[in-house]
Design a protein. Sequence first.
Length: 108
Amino acid sequence: MDTTYLSEIKKSLMSDIDFEFSIDFDGVVEYIESTSTEQFLEYENVLLFLVEKGLIPINERTKGFVTTKMGIVYIKYETCTQVGEDWDDDVWEDEVNTEHLVINLVGE
């Protein structure tokens, strides 16, 4: 992994961030919502990093929240196993909550 990229991810993860997301079956970000709208690209990179690390799975659709606070990444997500005719008809798995130390994700 590129050291500049990893350095930027570490910087982002060490700051306090909070966003909601949705990813489709190809791993394409459908949306990211946050009160800090100017940080979209930064949050997208963090989200894709967490997917690459295997912390957020890709299914038909995955939606959830990522929060970082005091060096800990909190991830809450649900995966869709079957897409319905409408968003409300999708079949979702139970919500998963995980916590990860930033230092374990990006090293020192």
